[in-house]
Design a protein around this ligand. Structure first.
Ligand SMILES: Nc1ncnc2c1ncn2[C@@H]1O[C@H](COP(=O)(O)OP(=O)(O)OP(=O)(O)O)[C@@H](O)[C@H]1O
Ligand SMILES: O=P(O)(O)OC[C@H]1O[C@H](OP(=O)(O)OP(=O)(O)O)[C@H](O)[C@@H]1O
Length: 211
């Protein structure tokens, strides 16, 4: 039985597709820059769909995909309570959630501060736990701009190399969570396609993926 994988578009899908191809799966119609969203391998063992990160768990929970591969940051932020199994840490897409601000500029945490972020739920939880009152501004990307143009005091965002912060004159004030890409699985698929899913996990675990 073929397995349907919902892959989070972006870094993760590029790394996983590259790896599947290197592991012997051929996807005749796949190329990184294609606009196509569904790809099947030549032996009809895998069907891959490219899905926006926050939607991966929706596809898997509803059985529209058997498994999904997505960043843990997205799973935590969406906190959908989706009835899916988390079956594998792929060890790729490693990054850390951080509070960052303008380098060298002190932030007065005793007053109400404004946070720019793609992760409003994670940011709110972090500051509430630390008893800070905050205004959260939800952004959809290029979050580093927010403090530079006076939109927010600080940002909450993922950091990997730190190059984006550095290039924009920002610095980490506090790291507070670690993330990596995860494989999730529909519980019914996990039973019905057990051996196929185990085989896929084995293939993916065989090599250190790079993202
Ligand atoms: N700089 C990074 N280094 C490593 N992993 C990252 C980095 N940025 C994001 N990730 C991980 O890869 C996942 C996909 O991120 P990516 O930015 O490629 O996708 P995206 O769909 O374009 O996201 P967005 O639309 O929010 O920019 C993230 O959810 C996170 O888990
Ligand atoms: O620490 P670094 O290695 O520099 O990586 C961190 C950057 O990567 C992500 O952005 P992304 O590339 O997804 O762009 P975005 O601003 O459109 O979200 C993240 O939001 C940071 O901006």
């Amino acid at each position: 039985m073929a397995i349907h994988i919902a892959l989070a578009k972006g870094r993760i899908h590029k790394a996983v597709m590259k790896y599947l191809q290197e592991s012997g799966y051929e996807f005749p119609t796949y190329s990184e820059d294609s606009r196509k969203l569904i790809f099947e391998d030549s032996k009809s063992m895998l069907k891959v769909t490219l899905v926006k990160s926050p939607d991966v768990a929706v596809y898997v929970e509803r059985g529209a995909a058997d498994v999904g591969i997505v960043g843990e940051d997205v799973l935590v932020e969406e906190a959908s309570g989706a009835a899916v199994y988390e079956v594998l840490d792929l060890g790729i897409g490693r990054c850390r959630m951080a509070v960052a601000g303008i380098a060298g500029k002190k932030v007065d945490m005793t007053r109400r501060i404004t946070i720019g972020t793609k992760y409003p739920r994670i940011a709110r939880q972090y500051f509430e736990q630390n008893h800070h009152s905050v205004d959260i501004i939800k952004l959809n990307g290029s979050v580093e701009l927010a403090p530079l143009v006076g939109l927010s005091d600080v940002i909450v965002d993922i950091v990997e190399t730190g190059n984006t912060l550095k290039a924009n004159g920002l610095e980490v004030l506090q790291y507070f969570m670690d993330f990596s890409a995860r494989m999730i699985c529909n519980p019914v698929s996990f039973k019905i396609k057990y051996s196929e899913i185990q085989q896929l996990m084995k293939v993916i675990q065989q090599k250190e993926l790079e993202v």
